[in-house]
Design a protein around this ligand. Sequence first.
Ligand code: ADP
Ligand code: ZN
Length: 606
Amino acid sequence: MVSKNKTQIKNEIQSLLHETFGYKTFRGEQEEIISSVIEGLDTFVLMPTGAGKSLCFQIPALYLEGTAIVVSPLISLMSNQVNALKQNGVKAEFINSSLDYNEYREIEEAALAGELDLLYITPEGFQGGRVRNLIDDIDLSFFAIDEAHCVSNWGHDFRDDYLLLGQIKKSYPDLPIIALTATADFRVREDIVKSLKLSSPKVFISSFERKNITYKIEAKNSVQKQIDQVLALHKNECGIIYCQTRKKVDELSKSLKKKGHTVIAYHAGLTPEARNKAQSRFERKDNIIVVATIAFGMGIDKPNVRFVCHNGLPKNIESYYQETGRAGRDGEPSFAYMFYGMDDFIVSKGFIDRSEMNENYKKISLEKLHSMLELCEMNICRNKYVLNYFGEEAGDQCGHCDICNQEVKSFDVTVYAQKALSAIYHLNSRFGANHIIDVLLGSKNQKLEKFGHHRLSVYGLGKDLSKQDWNVIIRGLLLNDYINYSNPEYRTLGLTAKAREILKGESTFSITKKLGQTKKKKSVSIQVSDEDYDTELFSVLKEKRYAMAKDKGVPPFVIFSDKTLKDLSVKKPKSHDEFLDVYGIGKSKCEKYADTFLSLIGEHSA
Ligand code: ADP
Ligand code: ZN
């Protein structure tokens, strides 16, 4: 091959993006990642869900000569990706256990004839045998390892077969490998590089912020009404509502069905067949809501889930991030709601206390649960809190959460903070939260008397708040670095230099939880911005898409994404050229669908 200069490569991959995929610009570091693979470098990509990892290997596969082998763990993900590629006119196939003998042979022949740009396989392919022989016999361009965290024991998703992928470097030392994952954990990252034997890989790490998701967290008041409000904002859209228990799943799904919503109930108590059926119904149908326990979600790849709603407190930030992350995989505006209450906290704490875990593990689980509550109660940008929790730096304002959008009332509790700080000061940083709170509440606890703490000036100074409220204040002070653990082992609390700002009244301190709250809090209004598109036309196009998908036996999004339908309802193209200008429409989709959709749009606009 004649070597090309960087500008030529740049132009060519740009036109592949436009003509094949129908997109105008690369997102984030996609372009650099694609160039890295094209240059023949091992490449490691860490990007959150929905950020666009697939294009990072699909475009090099089109650009380079030979077939790219894509390793992917789940048959359903694989077949969706391959179907979507075929819609774009890309020569891609997959090999897995779902194929019959003839299908398998045809694909084998196409691969041997060098006709494929991409061949998707499962990791078992490297066990030897037919798939392995095939790979050895075709001209390859590179290997892409999707969901690469599956090689790691540290990950949540370890798969034995992924360990076989260590062979790739040995057998094909000259071909680059691109490994992609959305799992941020540092140890997982190290494992991936080691197990796949990547040689000085070029590493691309994106922020974990899911920019297209708007986060909203509210205390529960009348949760049924709060959920109704969410559903009213998301008419004719897909969503997942997570409940803590099977019982709640059953109750809520029944009541929503009665109200006329299309609902699937899902929990671990269903038979495997019923679960599979529910999953595939969810994947294939538009406008459907799943009410589920957290058993639901693994392997769900539906891109147009527009909202995830937690009816109750998730058990930790990791789960919260993962579960809310099932919204908006297509990168479109999506929402994550949570309604939490102290009762959830108590239920989860009960689970932990009664579980078989060892004491240390229980302690960690409980701390994680506390962090979850902290996220709800602190007046801190939700994204900042979550990103910091995962060790990522973040600005003070993300601009897409209820705190940043000033939808959450906050309460100035500086006076209480001063009381707590002054108690800690008087206790010489030698006592933990419980003792400090006992002093503030004026408890008759013998331990207090033993230390003479009932004689302190701060004794009984905080009787107007409950123990729980004082816990909120103290956690808030910890989180904002006004206090820290003076002795981490005993969890004794001491003041930091910053505490002075509050004690002197130079800084104020506020939280989102209303203290001493007896009356029910009014629900904070939730607003979804109304985009400017013809919603009627959108529904018409959606129906057509559904009918076509059904005919072809593929999920609707394989034909067009929601964003494409929206863009069609805004631009209302009249010609093939105008059709090509729509988001997500490349040459191939234009040829396949322009006539059908142009005439629908014409009829509607007439
Ligand atoms: P990930 O694998 O990172 O979860 P995907 O590769 O599935 O994400 O991409 C998410 C969505 O974003 C897909 O619908 C994809 O077609 C779309 N997408 C990816 N890159 C771009 C881009 N540069 N411009 C517009 N849409 C894009
Ligand atoms: Zn924010």
